[in-house]
Write a protein that binds this ligand. Structure first.
Ligand code: NAP
Length: 311
C-alpha cells in the first residue's frame, strides 16, 4: 500500500456519498485516520456498525479538528449551516471541499464562513444512485465517473492538485469549470431528467382510467426506467430544485418548447419529424456507451446486475 495521502480525513455526512468515500478511502489507504460525523445518533450508530471510520461523533466540530481534508456530504440546503458550525475548528492549511449537486448556491452559503488559511474547493462527483444512507454506499461508486471542481478565483493551485489526486485515487476523472457553467450543465444532464421522472411517475400515480395495479404490472414497457430516478432521495432533490432554480427553470422552458414541437408533430401525423428526432436521440445513447458511461446491455444494465453470468 502507498503511504496515506492525508493524516486525517473528516467526513461530515455519511450517507450514500460520504459512506462510499469512507469505503474507497479505506480500500485505497488514503488516510491514516477517518473521522465520521453525522447529524443523527441513529445514522452514526449504523456507520459505526459498518466500521466505516476510525472515530465517530455527532459533533462535526470535533470530527474536523486537526483534519487535513474535510469533505462535507450533506443536502445542499444544509451546507451553509454546516460550514458555519465547523468553521472555528478547521485547521490552518486544511482543504475543505463538498460534494453538493449544485455549486453557485453552495459557494454562496459556505464561502463566507471559511476562515483565512483554509483552502475551500467546491466539488461534485457525478456518481450516485437512487439509494441513500450509510448502507447504500460502495467503494466502486466513483469508478470512471467525473468529479467536477468549481475553484474560486484565489484557489491555491497546490491544494487543487492535491484534492484532484485524492479523487483520482477514488476512481474519478477530473474536470474544472465555473460554478454557473456547472449548474447549467447539471440542470440538463441530471436535474431535468429527475424532474421529468418525478413528474411522469406522479402523473401515472394520479391516473384514474388506468389502475395502479396496471401501472405496476406493465411497468417494464418503459415506465419502470423512470421510477428508478423518481425513487431518489426527496430531501436531496427538494434542495437541488430550490438551489439551482434559475438553471432548472431555463432548461424546463426549453424542454416545454421541444415537447410542444413533438406534440404538434404527433397531432399532424408528421412521421418524418418524429423519425428524425428518434434517430438523433438514438445516436446520443451510442455516444454514452462509447464514452464508457454505460454498458450496452438492455434495460440500462439491469440484466447485468440481475443475471451476471449472461454478460
Ligand atoms: P444521504 O445518503 O441522504 O445522506 C445525507 C447525509 O447528510 C446524512 O449523513 C445525513 O445525516 C446528513 N444530513 C441530512 N440533513 C442534514 C442537515 N439538515 N444538516 C446536517 N446534516 C444533514 O445523501 P447523499 O446522497 O450522500 O447526498 C449528499 C450530498 O451529495 C448532497 O449534497 C447531494 O446533492 C450530493 N450528491 C448526491 C448524489 C446522489 O446520487 N445521491 C450524487 C452526487 C452528489 P443523518 O442521516 O444523520 O440525518
Amino acid at each position: 500500500m502507498t503511504s496515506p495521502m492525508f493524516e486525517k480525513i473528516a467526513l461530515v455526512g455519511i450517507g450514500l456519498i460520504g459512506s462510499s468515500l469512507a469505503r474507497v478511502i479505506r480500500r485505497e489507504g488514503l488516510a491514516r485516520h477517518v473521522a465520521i460525523s453525522t447529524r443523527s445518533a441513529a445514522t452514526l450508530e449504523r456507520a459505526e456498525e459498518l466500521g466505516l471510520g476510525d472515530s465517530y461523533t455527532t459533533d462535526a466540530k470535533e470530527a474536523v479538528r486537526d483534519a487535513d481534508l474535510v469533505i462535507v456530504s450533506v443536502p445542499v440546503g444544509s451546507s451553509g449551516a454546516v460550514a458555519q458550525e465547523i468553521a472555528p475548528a478547521l485547521k490552518k492549511g486544511a482543504i475543505l471541499t463538498d460534494v453538493g449537486s449544485t455549486k453557485a448556491s453552495v459557494i454562496a452559503q459556505m464561502q463566507p464562513h471559511v476562515p483565512d488559511g483554509v483552502h475551500f474547493i467546491p466539488g461534485h462527483p457525478l456518481a450516485g444512485t437512487e439509494k441513500s444512507g450509510p448502507d447504500a454506499g460502495f467503494a466502486d461508486l466513483f469508478d470512471n465517473r467525473w468529479c467536477i471542481f468549481t475553484p474560486l478565483p484565489d484557489t491555491d493551485a497546490g491544494a487543487l492538485e492535491r484534492l484532484s489526486e485524492f479523487w483520482r485515487r477514488c476512481g474519478t476523472n477530473i474536470d474544472t469549470m465555473d460554478p454557473q457553467h456547472h449548474d447549467m450543465t447539471l440542470a440538463i444532464v441530471s436535474h431535468l431528467p429527475h424532474i421529468i421522472a418525478y413528474n411522469i411517475v406522479g402523473t401515472a400515480d394520479d391516473l384514474e382510467s388506468v389502475t395502479k395495479t396496471e401501472v405496476i404490472k406493465y411497468s417494464a414497457s418503459g415506465f419502470r426506467d423512470f421510477t428508478r430516478l423518481a425513487a431518489s432521495d426527496p430531501t436531496m432533490w427538494r434542495d437541488v430544485c430550490l438551489h439551482n432554480k434559475d438553471a432548472i427553470l431555463e432548461m424546463l422552458a426549453r424542454f416545454s418548447e421541444d415537447l410542444a414541437f413533438l406534440q404538434r408533430a404527433i397531432r399532424w401525423g408528421d412521421g418524418d419529424k418524429l423519425f428524425d428526432l428518434f434517430t438523433r436521440t438514438r445516436a446520443v445513447r451510442r455516444s454514452i456507451i462509447e464514452a464508457g458511461q454505460d454498458i450496452d446491455a438492455p434495460d440500462f444494465g439491469r440484466q447485468a446486475v440481475e443475471h451476471p453470468a449472461k454478460t
